[in-house]
Design a protein around this ligand. Structure first.
Ligand code: FAD
Length: 294
């Protein structure tokens, strides 16, 4: 089933995310991660694309396995920063042949030692989206794109970033998934401004459970996401105690999701980071809210 069909059913959805490990022990554990994440019963699972296309083959393999062995709809990420137009076309054909009908189309972060973009590259995700739509069978694909409630780190003006987001939707994006954010008011303001700009496709709220403070501080530095004082305080107090920080991160994410759903946000994406146990705790905390029985 295409992700766009899942997101237009008029109910709360929860999705999870996996990344293909590169080497070593994590690779050996990947089947457990697939099985345990699928067992949570998410509406779909997205599989990231390693920076610079480093895991493109494994993204496809994991997405296909999620669908074929665990019967969970998969969303395959695809970045174009390190692939030529021809390579992108081939990757889309491979995804389609493997039965993957939903793609999150991204530019990717520009590596420092690169001459990107050459005429062989797409410069922006909007160009990638238009290209995929124009391919034979492209109109049948579900295409998602990224959005940034605090603005993308390279774009000096939030309003200009929103113009670029509108270009992605006009190019054919069916839905958007947000960058992580830790202050729900940031998301509410963003949703208002996106709607005002005529962006009416479903927007999936990306929630990152903070269980490893160093890792999140690094990600925030790179992405420009802000840690509000309350989360800073929690990180300062519990950051050196892994068990306490895990519990605090789960509690914070649980509260964030509860508040989002109470305010009418329908689609929640948990950045599971190959930790199905963390997602399981959050989903258990909210079991009757995420899957109401009455
Ligand atoms: P774009 O939409 O192309 O935007 C990039 C920058 O260009 C922005 O500043 C934008 O304002 C600007 N811009 C866009 N159009 C124009 C224009 N016409 N003129 C001038 N400026 C323009 N990275 C990975 O490597 N692998 C992943 O799997 C992955 N998954 C992600 C999932 C989500 C939900 C999110 C939010 C991010 C993900 N990323 C991933 C990170 C992403 O690749 C980076 O944030 C990247 O820097 C931007 O990608 P984009 O698709 O948003 O780019």
């Amino acid at each position: 089933m295409k992700i766009s069909d899942i997101l237009t059913k008029g109910r709360v959805t929860v999705s999870c995310e996996l990344f293909p490990p590169k080497t070593g022990a994590a690779l050996a554990r990947v089947e457990d991660v697939l099985r345990d994440t699928a067992a949570l019963g998410p509406d779909f699972i997205s599989v990231t694309y390693g920076a610079g296309g480093s895991t493109s083959k494994r993204t496809l393999e994991l997405a296909a396995r999620l669908q074929d062995a665990y019967h969970v709809p998969a969303l395959a990420h695809l970045t174009c920063v390190s692939s030529t137009r021809e390579e992108v076309t081939q990757q889309v054909a491979r995804l389609r042949a493997a039965g993957i009908g939903s793609i999150l189309a991204l530019r990717g972060d520009i590596p420092q030692d690169t001459s990107f973009p050459t005429p062989e590259h797409f410069r922006y995700a909007s160009e990638l989206i238009a290209h995929i739509r124009g391919l034979e069978g492209g109109e049948e694909l579900c295409i998602g794109a990224a959005c940034y409630p605090e603005g993308h780190v390279e774009c000096p003006h939030f309003s200009t970033d929103l113009d670029h987001l509108k270009q992605k939707v006009d190019a054919g994006a069916d839905f958007l998934t947000t960058q992580m954010f830790f202050d729900n008011d940031v998301l509410y303001r963003f949703l208002f401004r996106a709607l005002d700009r005529g962006i009416t496709v479903p927007i999936v709220a990306g929630i990152m459970p903070v269980t490893n403070v160093q890792q999140i501080r690094r990600s925030c530095q790179l992405s420009g996401s802000v840690m509000p004082p309350r989360l800073q305080g929690i990180a300062d107090r519990f950051g050196d105690d892994p068990a306490a920080m895990r519990q605090a991160g789960i509690a914070y994410a649980t509260e964030q999701i509860l508040d989002l759903i109470a305010h009418g946000v329908e689609h929640i994406h948990i950045y599971t980071m190959n930790k199905p146990d963390v997602a399981a705790k959050i989903m258990d905390n909210l079991s009757d809210i995420l899957r109401p029985h009455g």
